[in-house]
Design a protein around this ligand. Sequence first.
Ligand code: IPE
Ligand code: IPE
Ligand code: MG
Length: 238
Amino acid sequence: MLIKEKNQLKVDDRLKHIAFIMDGNGRWAKSRLLPRKVGHKFGAENFKKVVRLCFEAGIKAVTVYAFSTENWSRPKDEIDSIIALLKEYIEAVKQEKDVRVVFIGDKTSLPESLSSIMIKAEEETKHRPLYLYIAFNYGGRAEIVKACNELIAEGKAIISEADISSHVYTNEMSDPDLIVRTAGEYRISNFLLWQSAYSEFYFTNVYWPDFDRKELYKAIENFYTRKRRYGGLNKDEE
Ligand code: IPE
Ligand code: IPE
Ligand code: MG
């Protein structure tokens, strides 16, 4: 059941894991005649707020799409500004006492100066209870290929769904219950392809830097109106 008390939402086990495709930073900036990288700065600020609101609402795991394997095709100065914001956040997350950060995506092809601080932050926060998965240099197809290659290396000749589920990056957490995409695009852009098989999707035209408490609560309240069937029927539908 969803509870709302004094403008504070509290979720139950129906919504354990929420994921965000944080899209629209560039258009947000452009609409204000600002450079795209300013959009990323405001987007990064907003990400911190939204993650906090999710945990305050009782959600156990948050996954955010920060940088895809395809985003390397962007201009270098835009990429540099995103990496600088990531580095700032890696420092900041250490002060968040309950948040366990896990970077999902291919760290091996990142500069060592970046991957080493990511791994260090994961180590330093790993005893904490609330999962924050940050998808950086992440691609859903690459993740499935990685899982298969690991299984081959383990000597498996035949693989099961459970094998792949246990080799995707988010294997310690159940699949996302709700995936939110901002900025009016209706696609998955190579995000959580394996894990989203039965996720609920919520789309909004709001650009990511403007996705505030009100918008988050709208998405959560909408999720609570959904009937999840997993291919079957609910009791009242039989
Ligand atoms: C999302 O915002 C952030 C990243 C992809 C890094 P965009 O930068 O894609 O913003 P738009 O879609 O161009 O507005
Ligand atoms: C998806 O947004 C990736 C992130 C939000 C990090 P994109 O802006 O890269 O997606 P497309 O190119 O519009 O599909
Ligand atoms: Mg975009």
